[in-house]
Ligand binder design. Structure first.
Ligand code: TXA
Ligand code: MG
Length: 332
């Protein structure tokens, strides 16, 4: 059955979503990065439904979304001076902070870790929903585990159907890649590159930051390789696409700035005609989905420069390349 999709701007839909969340329901909602699938963070049974609907392994902890930085104390020990500083600069925004947790946070949210990940999303509809629900929301990206994250309400509805109680449609996501996950337990370290660039975080903290849990060397929970994968095999090229596609089969190209000459490509998706990584990030997942739906034998992807959001884009492409071509996990 298809999902119920309502406009996130509709006050009635917001009220219903808040009510659903307070009574154990699960609601998909827009954020500036990707769509999330939310449950009351203090309701372990509702959170368990989120894991079940996504077929997500229980060892992979969720991000707790807050309406305001002042709510951080409800779930985390947030007295670290770095928190105030980063929150003032980047919240609301695509930065997730990993902090020591409060005992009241259910184990299922943190996968039993003694830390919790929190962020304040920079999206009017998400903030309105958080206020309406009156509780922090534990929310992963609203996709089946391992598949490309959704950046429109339609993506969510197509993938999850009526296994979610409601999908709030707030239009396409502005940033397009997930939040940067920064651990502040000990020296700051980036666990997942994302919507706030490493350079901006380094400037704010005044210290160089390591990126752990890269596609090559997963370290933290959730840095699992099998993420963001297309069903069609995807390979990253060494440089800009040559004029002609390789012979044989229907091959699609994920180009960065411009379509190459030659007519042999079955499909070409150009991510950023303006050459900006922010544009490419905003369009990345939707382009991957279109390529994946085009009945191709293979997808080739041009690499991009790894400065700014380029780091997050290449991280997602590497993970996709590592496990593309495999069937997604079955939905329960
Ligand atoms: O932009 C985003 O972050 C989106 C939107 C919906 O907010 N959410 C998202 O959630 O991408 P998800 O569940 O797909 O990714 C959460 C990431 C995972 O890599 C997870 O392992 C990590 O955050 N994470 C969560 N809690 C953690 C913790 N306590 N310690 C280390 N990593 C954690
Ligand atoms: Mg995800």
């Amino acid at each position: 059955m298809s999902a119920r999709v309502l406009s996130a701007k509709d006050p009635g839909a917001r009220r219903e979503a808040g009510q659903l969340l307070r009574s154990g329901g699960i609601v998909a909602f827009p954020t500036e990065t990707v769509y999330g699938l939310g449950a009351n963070a203090f309701d372990p049974e509702a959170v368990a439904r989120v894991f079940a609907v996504k077929a997500r392994p229980s060892l992979d902890p969720l991000i707790v979304h807050l309406a305001d930085a002042s709510d951080a104390d409800r779930v985390a020990r947030a007295d670290d001076p770095r928190v105030a500083r980063l929150a003032a600069r980047f919240w609301p925004g695509p930065l997730t902070l990993v902090l020591p947790r409060r005992p009241g946070v259910p184990d299922i949210v943190t996968a039993g870790l003694d830390t919790v990940a929190i962020r304040v999303p920079d999206h009017e509809d998400a903030l309105a929903l958080l206020r309406e629900a009156g509780t922090p929301l534990a929310a992963p990206s609203a996709n089946p585990f391992g598949y490309v994250s959704p950046t429109t309400a339609r993506h969510v509805a197509d993938l999850l159907g009526d296994s979610v109680d409601l999908v709030l449609d707030g239009g396409p996501c502005r940033v397009g890649v997930e939040s940067t996950v920064l651990s502040l337990v000990g020296p700051a370290v980036i666990l997942r590159p994302g919507g706030v660039s490493r350079e901006r975080l380094e400037r704010e903290l005044g210290t160089p930051l390591a990126v752990t849990g890269s596609a090559e060397r997963p370290r933290a929970p959730g840095q699992l390789l099998r993420h963001y994968a297309t069903r069609t095999p995807l390979r990253i090229l060494d440089g800009p696409a040559a004029v002609l596609p390789p012979p044989g089969g229907r091959v699609g190209l994920l180009a960065f700035r411009a379509a190459p000459g030659g007519s042999g490509w079955a499909v070409v998706e150009v991510l950023a005609p303006d050459g900006r990584a922010t544009t490419a990030a905003a369009r990345l997942f939707a382009a991957l989905r279109r390529l994946d739906a085009a009945g191709l034998d293979a997808i080739l992807a041009e690499p991009c420069d790894e400065g700014g959001l380029g780091l997050a884009i290449m991280d997602r492409l590497r993970r996709c390349a590592a496990r593309s071509g495999e069937p997604p996990q079955p939905l329960p």
